[in-house]
Design a binder for this molecule. Structure first.
Ligand SMILES: [Zn+2]
Ligand SMILES: [Zn+2]
Length: 120
């Protein structure tokens, strides 16, 4: 596992298909974040590294190199409005379910997540 650089941090994500966790490297660029990388990460080591506490705020973009979910290969993601977890999803998916808390809903548009909602 590569360690994040100074302007980077790792946020926790969960695969919708396999329910396994992975990490996403988020790079801060001005007020925005860019997801640059995703890698397999088990929940125990994430806890040890303190990644579960990491939060991203503002607009999130994906870099061209973003490899997609390391478990199922889904290229997109959403953030659960209930528990705040990032979850992988495919671009075709119209309904999503958070594997962490069971929250279910329809996908609006991928670039219009309300990140101010919940208790983030
Ligand atoms: Zn996945
Ligand atoms: Zn959730």
């Amino acid at each position: 596992m590569k360690h994040p650089k100074r302007d980077e941090m790792v946020v926790m994500a969960t695969c919708q298909q396999t329910k396994r966790t992975f990490g996403i490297t988020a790079q801060k660029q001005g007020k925005d974040f860019v997801f640059t990388w995703a890698f397999k990460l088990n929940a125990d080591s994430a806890k040890r590294e303190g990644f579960e506490k990491n939060k991203v705020k503002g607009n999130i973009f994906m870099s061209e190199d973003y490899p997609g979910c390391p478990h199922c290969g889904a290229m997109s993601w959403f953030q659960c409005g209930k528990c705040g977890r990032f979850v992988c999803m495919t671009y075709e998916q119209e309904e999503v379910r958070c594997p962490e808390c069971g929250n279910q809903g329809k996908v609006v548009t991928a670039d219009k997540f309300d990140l101010s909602g919940g208790d983030l």
